[in-house]
Design a protein around this ligand. Structure first.
Ligand SMILES: C[S@@+](CC[C@H](N)C(=O)[O-])C[C@H]1O[C@@H](n2cnc3c(N)ncnc32)[C@H](O)[C@@H]1O
Length: 128
C-alpha cells in the first residue's frame, strides 16, 4: 500500500490518466491539458463516451442504493473508485445507513491525499 506522500514521486500531469479522463467526461475539474487533449480526441471518434461515463456513474449509485437499502449490505469495497466527485459511494450508502463502512481502492493515488482528511471517519482509502 502507498503512503500519503508517495504520489509526489509518481505524479505525471503530462501523461493522461484514466481517472482524470473519467473526471473530465463527468465535468470535473481534476484534470490537466494532457488529459483533456486525449479526451477530446477520443470524443471525436466516439461521441457517446461522455454519456456512457454519466450513465455508468448513475448505475453505480443505483447499485449502491439497492445493496444498502434493499439487500442489507453494510460493508462495501469499491475497487477502481475514480476521483472524488458528487455522490461518492460512502455518501450514497451512509445517507441510507449511517453505520455503513466503505473501503476505497484506487490505482491513481493522488485524489486520496485531500479527500482522506475530510472523510477519514466516513470511509477508508487505499491505493495500489
Ligand atoms: C471508469 S473509472 C470508474 C470510477 C467509478 N468506480 C465509477 O464507476 O464512477 C475506473 C477507475 O478505475 C481505476 N483503476 C483501473 N484499474 C485499476 C486497478 N487495477 N486497481 C485499482 N484501480 C484501478 C482507474 O484509475 C479509474 O479511476
Amino acid at each position: 500500500m502507498n503512503t500519503d506522500r508517495d504520489w509526489m514521486n509518481t505524479f505525471r500531469p503530462d501523461i493522461p490518466s484514466t481517472a482524470r479522463l473519467y473526471d473530465y467526461y463527468l465535468g470535473g475539474k481534476d484534470n490537466f491539458p494532457a488529459d483533456r487533449e486525449l479526451a477530446e480526441r477520443l470524443l471525436a471518434e466516439v461521441p457517446e463516451i461522455r454519456i456512457a461515463a454519466r450513465e455508468n456513474r448513475a448505475f453505480l449509485q443505483r447499485a449502491v442504493r439497492y445493496l444498502v437499502a434493499e439487500a442489507g449490505i453494510r460493508q462495501i469495497v469499491d475497487v477502481g473508485t475514480g476521483l472524488p466527485t458528487a455522490g461518492n459511494v460512502h455518501e450514497i450508502a451512509q445517507k441510507i445507513e449511517p453505520g455503513c463502512r466503505v473501503v476505497y481502492v484506487e490505482g491513481y493515488s493522488k485524489p486520496h491525499v485531500s479527500e482522506k482528511k475530510n472523510s477519514a471517519r466516513a470511509a477508508s482509502y487505499a491505493s495500489q
